[in-house]
Design a protein around this ligand. Structure first.
Ligand SMILES: [Zn+2]
Length: 210
């Protein structure tokens, strides 16, 4: 069940995934548990997250939030495309984190989403390198999701995928890219899930000693 009683925190979630695509996947947590939290409930939430994660500039995020409020087709495209892309990233990354091969249908869908976004991108130079850029007010869906799809693709093609991990915290399931020297990171955030697990262990030990 998706909890809807608390406001969406799309505009303030911790960005601790280490890759933009994983931060995007972390806009939902506790999948498959009674504590499932969904932060992308409306198209406005996607605009809020994109501004918060600096995928688009804050001014453009404000503009997009206003636009989707009055344009149902755009709102539907933004939210629907965002949730589709996020699901594919989640499935691929959680399988990799479990040491399994990412399923081909999800890879194919990610490739299609990436191609759609790159179709609206412009390659522009910055300090002796070229980068994909988008025009948020001309192609808002591609501008908000393009950098996310690109992050997923470059991670898959260039990164050490044994570093893709999933937090084992209760009702969490956040994904992250472990950059520690000996690949020892276990938690999305030590202060959140790490401390909760530690507290649980201490409580269980105390009960055993009673
Ligand atoms: Zn966690």
């Amino acid at each position: 069940m998706v909890s809807l009683d608390s406001p969406s925190r799309a505009g303030s979630l911790a960005l601790v995934g280490g890759e933009l695509a994983l931060d995007f996947a972390n806009t939902s947590s506790g999948r498959g548990t009674s504590g499932h939290l969904e932060h992308l409930r409306r198209a406005e939430d996607v605009a809020d997250w994109a501004g918060h994660a600096r995928v688009i500039l804050p001014d453009d995020a404000d503009w997009l939030r206003g636009r989707v409020g009055g344009d149902g087709a755009l709102a539907e495209d933004l939210l629907g495309s965002a949730l589709d892309l996020r699901e594919h990233i989640y499935v691929i990354a959680s399988e990799l984190a479990a040491g399994r091969l990412a399923p081909q249908p999800s890879i194919d869908s990610l490739t299609k989403a990436h191609a759609r976004c790159v179709g609206k991108a412009h390659l522009k130079p910055f300090e002796r390198q070229f980068f994909w850029t988008w025009s948020p007010r001309q192609d808002p869906v591609e501008a908000a999701l393009g950098p996310v799809a690109l992050s997923a693709m470059t991670t898959l093609m260039q990164a050490d995928l044994t570093r893709v991990k999933q937090c084992q915290g209760e009702k969490c399931g956040w994904l992250f890219f472990d950059t520690t020297k000996n690949k020892s990171r276990r938690w999305c955030e030590m202060e959140v899930c790490g401390n909760r697990a530690k507290q649980k262990r201490l409580t269980q030990r105390a009960l055993k000693c009673d």
